[in-house]
Design a protein around this ligand. Sequence first.
Ligand SMILES: Nc1ncnc2c1ncn2[C@@H]1O[C@H](COP(=O)(O)OP(=O)(O)O)[C@@H](O)[C@H]1O
Ligand SMILES: [Mg+2]
Length: 484
Amino acid sequence: MMTWFDVSKLGLQKIQGRRGREFLMYELIQNSWDAAATVVSVELSKAPGARTATLIVEDNSPSGFRDLSHASTLFAESDKKGCATLRGRFNFGEKLVLACCDTAEIISTTGGVRFGEKGRHRLRQKRERGTIFRATLPLTNVELEACEAAFRTLIPPPGVTTTYNGVALHRRTPTTTFDATLRTEVADEDGNIRPSSRKTVVRVYPVLAGESGTVYELGIPVVQTGDGYHADVQQKVPLGFDRDNLPPAYLRALRTHVLNAVHNSMNPVEVTSVWVREALGTKDISVEAVRSVVTKRFGEKSVTYDPSDREANALAVTKGYTVVYGGQLSAGEWENVRRADVLLPAGKVTPSPKPYAEDGSPVQVLPRTEWSVAQRAVVALYERLAPHLIDRGIEVRIVVAPRNKFRACYGPRWPLDLNSPHLGRRFFESGCSNDVLDLLIHELGHEYESNHLSEGYYRALTRIGARLALAVARDPTLLRCDFG
Ligand SMILES: Nc1ncnc2c1ncn2[C@@H]1O[C@H](COP(=O)(O)OP(=O)(O)O)[C@@H](O)[C@H]1O
Ligand SMILES: [Mg+2]
């Protein structure tokens, strides 16, 4: 019977031309790690000026190859596909490696096989334990150097010694380790690979000088993220045949878990990185992570821009707060900020002065008949001056509002209220004093602008000051303030 498929070795080899040669080494090392080897040695060498290199990978796996036909059968059913904690699944990697070799030989516990110009043939040799893979393959000097550098980025599983030309991979110490439920791809009882979720351990490592943050699957680099850490997921991650990328949703979920685990040890520069911003906008970020990241990013003293109280925003700045505007956070980040109750609106933290509470009881107005002589005189002074300063007459009231903080209150639609308990008797009894004129200028400024910290308000004050000077120069009796 003819099989459905034949494979073009040359075609497969050429397709692999787009990938860096380190993938060959990675495929062989992961097969050895999957086979529970505790010692794996890689030798990659090339004679000066030669076109081809020799690659030898030897391990001490107790079982070795259980079925040597799997060395040459594409997509045979890998026994690893049902196991979330092994790297292999497609029964593809070894064949990709062979496709790129000129000659190769595998000797293992169940026998040996040689691949050469005349095809493949079985060898009579076999080993007690472990496997040796020996091959010649075309390799440039640049590729050779890239392989050596790529080898050093591997993270060896605990208890496994892995060497490259005699030098062992250095051990890395995780900064933190945590459990997370993440998407994985394992086969069901019928051998069909299905997406599922599973709880696993993730180890987080620091990025060393010259490295770029990377996501690993059980010690094998998958994709460079450029994030500020390496994350080594201790189970199968969702991978394509090239084993070099991750779905964006998976990466986002992983970043969120990492941020939940490491936010406490991050500095204010690190929290501005792209991956943190992405994680900060996801639903699964913890309230503690949101609080610490936002505080580090904007500082302890920070408020959000409050469109309902413009003056509060300006007040916050004068008091040393950072005001965070809408566009500085994404919709997801804002939602989490609200959920975590950080970053209150400026109107809550540095509210503008509001003389009467919105729901306050009606203010108690002192009837004219109860005014003192001094009060009468000051009110008369104010009523006389106002038309010269703002071109209209004003109504002046004396109010008794001991619990409200203001001394006086005025607006274009409000009489000028003088809060007698806060002004005190001396204010009125000093006649046309500095304080009396100062208060009038301050209050009449609100004819034009309520926000003390606005340009409109200071322009109103200088304008009123100038008009007062000229008016008094024309008629000094304007400042009269007689009382007996
Ligand atoms: N070093 C090794 N030790 C033991 N078995 C191995 C080794 N290398 C490969 N194998 C066997 O060969 C099979 C084919 O390897 P590979 O093509 O990489 O597929 P996968 O790793 O996805 O199963 C593996 O499933 C495994 O059974
Ligand atoms: Mg494999």
